[in-house]
Design a protein around this ligand. Structure first.
Ligand code: AMP
Length: 487
């Protein structure tokens, strides 16, 4: 029987490698993109990680470059990634997929020894997998020429723009030969990405995999609202949220998870406090040296630590096996980041749980998220515990949000639980409730009368995913561009 990968036009060597890796069926993006990429056409792909998008561009590159010969300092393909972690992940995928070829790739990223990278370039590599900063640095120093580049991949383009890489990307693009294949992949197709694609791409094949706002149907979500007053000091907020996190970790014997914080200093603080309390944790954010970042990620992947406390640097694209829980300790400022955060769990058809910590002041940001994912996030309820969030007028800001020994802790009533009901069926882009007496905002947990924080301590692990509109299949379905507003 012909392999479906063979039917897409891939070489027998690659098909054999794919079979060995256990890939038997192409994902939606692979099916739609590989034939046209093998023909040399440009591609605009709207796809998130988890859809098999890395192999969708690496496989045709491997077959296309197989015919040529590598030359010193003259790479033939460039793959740009927004973060070092993603570049490393693509390099790992390349190594696995190219094992039957004689192709070599170099990982050109900051924070790693530059001289080792210079040596690799001098020996000659076929593909550069890189982040923009180090790429430009080495290019300026004359360590490679771009005249032989025949394929250029801009991965996670929306993230690149968010991170302010646009000028770097435009510079790199202007240095590439006019005749080349360009592959632009982005989780969302914003007007900026559209503009970029018009500038960079010629007659592209346009593919969209599921909706950019989609959330895997295997993920159950809950939000926990802390009714802090506007004046509640930051330290107090951290302390209360930290206690809620501990409750979730302990009561549900959470073995693994990522805790996302908006501030790097909170990332560091939480990692220390959790480790001290018996939850082995490490911090991951952009201010840490690269070797530490790499080590931390490896320790998390190999389960040497159970919790990763991270900034949004870890929100995108990281493919970590067996990652059942995501905690958003803060509401992300961009609604899309929430989707990326929770996309770290519920992968490969496994169940995942997401907990969003929010305060009343986050109401608009939470509404933006719910609008984006087109479903209200069920509230976790805890009866009778207003006190924890109240900031008495005489209370001074608590500069040390560390958990106190139980004897010094303010009494926090034991949570009495209620089961979060099924997600209210929402009209598109609008949260609706059937409760006749309460205001919609109260039902969403933002009302003045809400308890301090609300945690269901019994039911959610048993509960099926509560999204009223599960959107994304694991490996995606192709959505016609006309189905989407933005394309
Ligand atoms: P990506 O979207 O590139 O991050 O890929 C997500 C995960 O899907 C990675 O762990 C890949 O190894 C895996 N994968 C990619 N293509 C396939 C396929 N055709 N069948 C099964 N798994 C795949």
């Amino acid at each position: 029987m012909t392999s479906p990968f063979k039917a897409l036009g891939l070489s027998s060597d690659l098909v054999e490698t794919l079979t060995e890796q256990g890939y038997t069926v192409p994902t939606a993006i692979q099916e739609s993109s590989i034939p046209s990429l093998l023909e040399g056409r440009d591609l605009l792909g709207c796809a998130q990680t988890g859809t098999g998008k890395t192999a969708s561009f690496l496989l045709p590159i491997i077959d296309q470059l197989a015919a040529g010969r590598k030359r010193a300092r003259m790479p033939r393909a460039i793959v740009l990634e927004p973060t070092r972690e993603l570049a490393t992940q693509v390099m790992e995928a390349f190594k696995k997929l190219s094992k039957r070829s004689s192709l070599d790739a170099a990982l050109i990223i900051g924070g790693e020894s530059i001289s080792a990278q210079e040596k690799a370039l001098a020996r000659g590599v076929d593909i550069l997998i890189s982040t923009p900063g180090r790429f430009l640095d080495l290019q300026k120093r004359g360590h490679f020429l771009l005249s032989s580049v025949s394929v250029f991949v801009l991965d996670e383009a929306d993230r690149m723009l968010d991170m302010g890489f646009l000028p770097d990307i435009e510079r790199i693009f202007s240095m590439l030969p006019a005749t080349k294949q360009t592959i632009l992949l982005s989780a969302t197709i914003s007007p900026e990405i559209k503009k970029l694609s018009q500038k960079f791409l010629t007659d592209p094949n346009i593919i969209s995999i599921a909706a950019p706002s989609s959330v895997a149907s295997t993920i159950s979500q809950n939000k926990i609202i802390f009714p802090f007053a506007k004046t509640t000091p930051v330290g107090k907020r951290l302390e209360v949220k930290f206690q809620a996190l501990l409750t979730l970790l302990k009561d549900h014997k959470v073995s693994r998870g990522i805790v996302f914080c908006n501030r790097k200093r909170d990332v560091d603080t939480l990692a220390k406090k959790l480790t001290a309390l018996g939850f082995p944790s490490l911090a991951l954010h952009g201010d840490l040296p690269q070797n530490k970042r790499t080590r931390t990620l490896n320790e998390f992947k190999t389960q040497k630590i159970s919790l990763l406390i991270a900034s949004d640097i870890a929100a995108r694209g990281l493919d970590i096996d067996d990652m059942p829980n995501v905690f958003s300790f803060d509401v992300p400022s961009q609604a899309e980041d929430y989707v990326h955060r929770i996309g770290r769990t519920g992968r490969a058809g496994k169940a995942g749980h997401s907990f969003l910590f929010a305060s009343r002041q986050d109401e608009k940001a939470v509404q933006a998220i719910e609008k984006l994912i087109r479903t209200p996030i069920p509230l976790m309820t805890l009866e009778g515990s207003d006190a924890a969030c109240k900031s008495p007028p005489e209370a001074s800001p608590d500069p040390d949000p560390s958990p106190k020994p139980p004897s010094q802790r303010k009494h926090q009533p034991r949570q009495k639980t209620t089961t979060p009901g099924p997600t209210p069926k929402g009209k598109k882009n609008q949260v609706e409730t059937k409760e006749p007496t309460a205001s919609p905002s109260a039902l969403l947990g933002f009302g003045e009368d809400q308890p301090a924080f609300m945690i269901d301590t019994t039911s959610y692990f048993a509960a099926p995913a509560t999204n009223s509109k599960p959107m994304q299949m694991r490996y995606g379905t192709v959505v016609k561009p006309t189905d989407k507003k933005d394309m």
